[in-house]
Write a protein that binds this ligand. Structure first.
Ligand code: MLC
Ligand code: AMP
Length: 499
């Protein structure tokens, strides 16, 4: 038995229905996808990757990328999906830290990424490339490797408040238990069609959207990315969409969004970043649909959700999912009563296995009792609805991507002429929060925003780079010498707002 493979793919071996509906090609049936996954499993083995090894994926979203992931699960290989925006230096760290035996990348990234991994093979979105060649010659069935619930399935790298990324280890049971809960909770079924416009290198697009679709046997309209025109074209043919708040604000900006366009839709889910109550209300007024907001994180998959039947309360992330314990605590871990603000802690079969080869980091965040300290500040209502009121961790969420200020500050501080810097998130109409850096030059240095922006390019993934850099002679500090980011946030709050 293979805990995750048997549940997600096993039932579909003979399923001739469409699984992946593609905007520019013939659909791929469930059965054809299972066969494709087996070919990718063979290709991974042919490339020298064995059960228990790691494979790093820096690939454009495509059915082939999904098939590598499925093939890795079938072959008992741990996969690391990486954001394609990551630079070679960032990818190099993930490959080295994880000990990945193979890096798969798009042919156009091969030259840049070859120096950072022991072995690099290529796989384009259309299936061509050196790894694609191995796939094409392979058999369409693979003897599935045995894997139990506690075996590791994936590492997802998440940056940290210290600026060093950590590999969150997720087991087969972590992923499957959460997908099972979500299918039941959101009533996903084979009659649904899921509009999939998220990337598949993060929890939301992969472990929430894709895993629930596989488990429910529901087809996905598989778009390469969020493209407004494509989403508008496919909404009338879909029943469920999962997205980050930017999806909803971008759609609201378009006058074609009205009731008729979404008459066939059953469910809109939002997560990964706070959905403004205002967006929730505008969506309801324009479309008649009430967005269902849920809350999760890389280390836990999904923790809470607004109910399917029952009140979907704007500005809240709903109630604890079945089987998941969610509590709000003080700094010592004592549980606080409803109404009080404290640290959100989570325990359940969804909670990860720790950070790869970082036992101390794991101990800092995962209590011996099994509760994960999320770093999010929350408050329960008397009837069990959780509101995320802020973050105890220094983190900016831009368009659903996490940016850890420490990492950006370290890159800035290393630039010639920079004395120190503070990176913050301020309200951004499109991305929710926009990354802003406040930089103090050394006494004799003449720094400009344009020069600093250029110097950072290539060092950090594009989404981590500040959208604005403000030069100041000093940073506000409290009596302890700590930079008062709250003052900077208040002062620069209007930076991205229309005048
Ligand atoms: C793209 N850019 C971003 C960005 N996305 N900058 C900041 N933040 C982002 N999120 C950059 C591009 O490189 C480009 O730079 C410029 O901004 C404009 O790009 P765009 O064309 O407008 O962006 P687009 O490609 O449309 O992407 C925006 C987006 C995308 C919101 C559709 O970022 C996205 O799909 N986000 C989803 C993230 C996600 O899946 N999160 C889940 C994490 S899991 P330039 O300079 O080249 O013009 C998780 C757990 C949970 O959090 O609970 O789910
Ligand atoms: P990640 O590490 O990318 O998985 O991001 C997880 C973080 O995203 C959480 O710790 C929260 O801070 C944030 N998050 C996810 N969903 C929501 C939500 N619905 N509302 C507010 N914050 C959210």
């Amino acid at each position: 038995m293979n805990h995750l493979y048997d549940a997600l793919f096993g039932p579909h071996r003979e399923n001739a229905r469409d699984f992946l509906i593609l905007p520019d090609g013939a659909p791929i049936s469930f059965a054809a996808f299972v066969a494709l996954a087996a070919q990718h499993a063979h290709a991974l083995r042919a490339a020298g990757v064995n059960p228990g090894d790691r494979v790093a994926l820096h690939l454009e979203k495509s059915p082939h990328m999904l098939a590598v992931i499925a093939g890795a699960i079938q072959a008992g290989i741990i996969f690391l999906p990486l954001n394609t925006a990551y630079t070679a230096a960032e990818v190099g760290y993930f490959v080295e830290n994880s000990g990945a035996r193979l890096l798969l990348c798009d042919p156009k990234s091969e030259a840049a990424l070859s120096p950072v991994a022991p072995r690099v093979l290529t796989l384009a979105a259309d299936g061509t490339g050196s790894f694609g060649d191995l796939v094409r010659g392979s058999a369409q069935s693979y003897p599935t490797e045995t894997r139990g619930p506690d075996d590791l399935a994936a590492f997802l790298y998440t940056s940290g408040t210290t600026g060093r990324s950590k590999g969150a280890m997720l087991s087969h049971a972590n992923l499957l238990s959460n997908a099972e809960v979500l299918v039941d909770y959101w009533l996903l079924g084979s009659g649904d069609v899921l509009l999939h416009a998220l990337p598949i290198f993060h929890t939301h697009g992969l472990f929430v959207a894709t895993n629930v679709a596989l488990l429910a046997g529901c087809p996905m309209v598989f778009l390469p990315k969020f493209d407004l025109e494509q989403v508008i074209a496919w909404l009338p043919k879909s029943t469920v969409m999962m997205g980050v708040p930017t999806f909803y604000t971008r759609l609201l900006e378009d006058e074609r969004l009205e009731r008729d366009l979404v008459a066939g839709m059953r469910l809109f889910v939002s997560g990964s970043a706070p959905l403004l109550a205002e967006t929730h209300r505008q969506w309801q007024a324009r479309t008649g649909h009430v967005i269902l907001e849920r809350y999760g994180m890389t280390e836990t998959n999904m923790n809470t959700s607004n109910p399917y039947d029952g009140e979907r309360r704007a500005g809240t992330v709903g109630v604890a999912l079945p089987g998941v314990e969610v509590r709000v605590c003080d700094a010592d871990g004592a549980v606080l009563p409803a109404g009080q603000i404290g640290m959100v802690e989570v325990r359940g079969p969804n909670v990860f296995q720790g950070y790869w080869q970082m036992p101390e980091k794991t101990r800092e965040e995962l209590r011996e009792t099994g509760f994960l300290i999320t770093g999010d500040l929350g408050q329960f209502s008397g009837d069990g609805y959780l509101t995320i009121v802020g973050r105890g961790k220094d983190l900016v969420i831009s368009g659903g991507f996490n940016v850890y200020p420490k990492e950006v500050e370290m890159a800035l501080d290393d630039l010639p002429g920079v004395l120190e810097s503070a990176v913050i998130g301020v309200p951004h109409p499109d991305l929710g929060e926009g990354v802003v850096a406040v930089v103090v030059p050394e006494a004799s240095a003449a720094l400009s925003e344009a020069d600093l922006t250029e110097a950072l390019a290539g060092q950090l993934a594009r989404f981590k780079q500040p959208k604005r850099i403000v030069i100041r002679s000093e940073l506000p500090r409290n009596t302890m010498g700590k930079v008062q980011k709250n003052l900077l946030r208040a002062e620069l709050a209007g930076l991205f707002q229309a005048p």
